[in-house]
Design a protein around this ligand. Structure first.
Ligand SMILES: Cc1ncc(COP(=O)(O)O)c(C=O)c1O
Length: 445
């Protein structure tokens, strides 16, 4: 029996109710759920309760959550201040057909904390945020072409579902990757409107951008790449993109849907590099469905209904809904500079302890990440971009993910994780001890 088979057998034995729920769910929803990102083999656990750092599943198993709904719950589950704000808003009504005061406070906080954002618009997902930021850049420039990085996920719409996790054999030259459409159903023409840059290679990215400079509506980049394992941009890569796009007068979009965890002003503050447009999601909604995009007045004014001809139409039944605004404001108000310092300290501590463990076991693997974000990499190559990420041993990845589930730890199914403000140093030690047991069971050490 392989280490993976042993972990899967233990998992199946410990989660019979989730298995039964999955069989029932699969009768009504393809794959038993509505998000492929939280599916794993042979079936996911079905959660019944969450509190602080702890998740309880249908079988009564309790696990420490290092996913936090894909980096969203920066204050952990059910923080009392966020719950209070939501309860109060319930008492005042949950959605209105006109704007409400909490949305103004929410916009005010974000514009104050992110100096590159003069004006902001709220939507309901990070997908809508990048969709609208790209539309903004296209409306502003009158051009269509977008430059994005290989291995970058910017949401689930056609313009950007290109070269997210392409088979390397189909992806062409590493320094000038071909655009690869990710799955059936994406408009094939979308690939004609994208050029692909390698992440963290400013010389190659510059060649790609300069070769199509006159056609580019925007360059979009994630300052900390989530898809490849929370891989931070090299400072010279981000600054290089800024300098180049300023010179060529191409709007630069930062997708801060994840990286807004880095500092109160997001990764743009953490790096000291300023984009023209920013996409937000996750953290800013306090656990409620959310997205937002914002930037320079001259671009965002295209959304103003007073703008006259050329105004961009933008509706959305739940945009800026008061429930999300209430949870978002409560969360952002909790996020003081001190909380960000603590998040970064805990992230640094966890990554250091994982590095120490890897050295102790002489395990052929690594850890990536920045601030409160981290990921395990089952490769000896330093992971700095998609091609190095693609060298991961997929079987080890699944073995360790399943093993950690059996040890009472939840990571994402790609072994990425993050700490919240309520994780303790003891929970970090427990994570590392659990990882040691799983790696030893898998034959390392
Ligand atoms: C960097 C990035 N951009 C956009 C999105 C899309 O956000 P949502 O899942 O809210 O649509 C995600 C989601 O994980 C993301 O990580």
């Amino acid at each position: 029996m392989t280490a993976l088979d042993a972990e899967l057998a233990a998992y199946a034995a410990a989660n019979p109710k989730s298995k039964a729920l999955h069989e029932r769910a699969s009768r009504f929803m393809p794959g038993g759920d509505t998000r492929n990102s939280i599916f794993w083999n042979p079936f996911p656990v079905y959660i019944t309760h969450a509190d602080g750092t702890q998740l309880t599943d249908a079988d009564g198993n309790v696990r420490t959550d290092f996913v936090n709904n894909m980096t969203t719950l920066i204050m952990g589950h059910r923080h009392p201040d966020v719950m209070r704000a939501l309860h109060e808003q319930v008492d005042h009504g949950i959605s209105y057909p006109a704007p409400s005061p909490p949305v103004i406070r929410w916009a005010e906080i974000l514009c104050e904390r992110v100096p590159s954002v003069d004006k902001i618009r709220f939507v309901n997902s990070g997908t809508e945020a990048t969709l609208n930021a790209i539309r903004a850049a296209r409306a502003f420039t009158g051009k269509t072409l977008i430059a994005k990085c290989e291995g970058a996920y910017h949401g689930n719409h056609d313009a950007i579902q290109i070269s997210v996790t392409p088979p390397v054999s189909e992806a062409g030259d590493a320094e000038r990757p071909d655009p690869v459409i990710m799955f059936p159903g994406i408009n094939p023409a979308a690939a004609d409107d994208v050029v692909i840059m390698p992440y963290n290679n400013i010389e190659a990215a510059e060649r790609v951008i300069r070769s199509r400079a006159g056609e580019l509506a925007a360059v979009i980049v994630e300052p900390i790449n989530g898809q490849c394992g929370m891989v931070p941009a090299k400072p010279e890569f981000l600054q290089g993109l800024r300098d180049l796009t300023s010179e060529l007068r191409i709007p630069l979009i930062f997708d801060e849907v994840i990286s807004f965890r880095a500092a109160s002003g997001g990764a743009q503050e953490w790096y000291g590099v300023t984009p023209d447009l920013t996409c937000f999601g996750k953290v800013i909604g306090g656990g409620m469905p959310v997205g937002a995009f914002g930037g320079k007045e001259e671009i965002m004014s295209l959304w103003d209904p007073n703008h006259g001809p050329g105004q961009v139409q933008h509706a959305g039944t739940f945009n800026g809904n008061p429930m999300t605004a209430a949870a978002g404001v409560a969360t952002l108000e909790l996020l003081t500079p001190e909380v960000y310092r603590e998040l970064e300290r805990k992230g640094d501590l966890l990554r250091q302890k994982i590095r120490d463990l890897i050295a102790e076991l002489e395990a052929p693997m690594g850890v990536t990440g920045a601030t409160s974000l981290f990921a395990l990499q089952f490769t000896t190559e330093p992971v700095t971009d998609y091609r190095s990420y693609a060298t991961n041993d997929k079987v080890m990845l699944q073995t360790v993910f399943t093993g950690l589930l059996n040890e009472g730890i939840l990571m994402s199914n790609r072994c990425a994780g993050n700490v919240s403000a309520v994780h303790t140093d003891e929970e970090i030690d427990e994570f590392v001890d659990a990882l040691r047991r799983v790696l030893v069971r898998a034959g390392y050490g």
